[in-house]
Write a protein that binds this ligand. Structure first.
Ligand code: ATP
Ligand code: MG
Length: 316
């Protein structure tokens, strides 16, 4: 569903419809498909009123039925809940109809704020969290394994928001984070073009900005984990970079992180070699980074346990 259709549906919803969506969201904690009876009980309204709202939202493709008595939310419904929260909080008041980027894992749109600022809204579609394969990941999903897509998208968004916050604080060139709710991150809109699209006039300087950002990240124990020519935006006028797309970040002191760091670096160095003939070797860069790379290599369960607790409590 396009964002214009999502917003058109949103505009058709009454306060009651929105409440029904929120109640279903809550009941999803325990049900993959939520029994309509539970919604009726929870809201203390007549079955007739609830049925009418459900039928309406089913036609708008915000709810999917299983049989006559069970329903579940769709992503557009979830989008509406997140947009509604951001509008209520005064973060945004309009969303541009044309996406800035659409992928398998997210949709990104420009949005206007009441204060005149412009934001990028990133709707997370699935989880892409680096420690999803660790044993602890099962703890995250836990009893919520029923509605994994919803929960994973939410974790992914909160993980991205955390990384943006830490990176921005450390003066790493990343979009300034503005707000997060459910699977939606609002961040500064960056006026830039993806690195793969630009012809740089000063590639040495841009490569230096990237390596220096990697250094600053190591100082705060972070590795981006998906650095490539698509996730670096370059301002066309001064060639200043902004690094985007953070949900898969990892700690630098975790077992296996060095491999990820070298993969990030190799992808970047290859880009500058094949497009600009710059011959900067990975060994030279790694020895420059060496003093910043943590000596300890913690097992993921140990390294992430506090973070997992923190994020789990955020996405309850
Ligand atoms: N803060 C921003 N300001 C301006 N444009 C942005 C911003 N964030 C993302 N974009 C645009 O949206 C695109 C996708 O964003 P991002 O890389 O964060 O998502 P993604 O997870 O890579 O999506 P995909 O599923 O395609 O992998 C970017 O390539 C960029 O064009
Ligand atoms: Mg990307």
């Amino acid at each position: 569903m396009s964002i214009s259709n999502v917003i058109a549906s949103y505009n058709e919803l009454s306060k009651l419809d929105l409440r029904v969506l929120r109640v279903i969201e809550v009941l999803h904690r325990n049900h993959e498909y939520v029994p309509v009876k539970r919604i009726v009980n929870y809201m203390g309204l007549s079955e007739e009123v609830i049925d009418k709202s459900i039928s309406k939202m089913n036609k708008l493709k915000l709810l999917v039925r299983r049989g006559p008595d069970n329903v579940r939310l769709t992503f557009p419904a979830y989008d509406i809940l997140s947009i509604h929260t951001m509008v209520k909080k005064g973060v945004i008041d309009a969303i541009a109809p044309t996406p800035l980027g659409v992928g398998k894992e997210s949709d990104v749109y420009a949005a206007d704020a009441p204060n005149g600022e412009k934001y990028a809204l990133k709707f997370h579609r699935i989880g892409r969290v680096s420690f999803r394969n660790t044993r602890k990941y099962r703890v995250w999903i836990g009893e919520r394994r029923h509605v994994t897509w919803l929960y994973e998208a939410k974790i992914s968004a909160h993980m991205e928001y955390l990384a943006l916050t830490e990176a921005y604080k450390a003066k790493v060139p990343a979009p300034r984070p503005r707000a997060v709710t459910r699977h939606l991150v609002a961040m500064e809109y960056v006026n830039g073009v993806e690195l793969f699209r630009v012809k740089l006039s000063n590639p040495e300087d841009v490569l230096e900005q990237i390596i220096s950002a990697i250094e600053d990240l190591l100082r705060i124990n972070i590795i981006h984990g998906d650095l490539n020519e698509y996730n670096i935006l370059v301002n066309p006028s001064d060639e200043k970079i902004t690094i985007i797309d953070w949900p898969q970040w990892m700690y630098a002191n975790v077992k296996g992180s060095r491999v990820i760091l070298m993969r990030d670096l190799n992808i970047i160095l290859r880009h500058f070699k094949s497009n600009y003939g710059l011959n900067v070797g990975i060994d030279a860069v790694m020895s420059r980074l060496a003093p910043l790379i943590p000596n300890s290599e913690l097992p993921p369960e140990k390294a992430y346990s506090r973070l997992i607790k923190r994020v789990t409590s955020l996405v309850k």
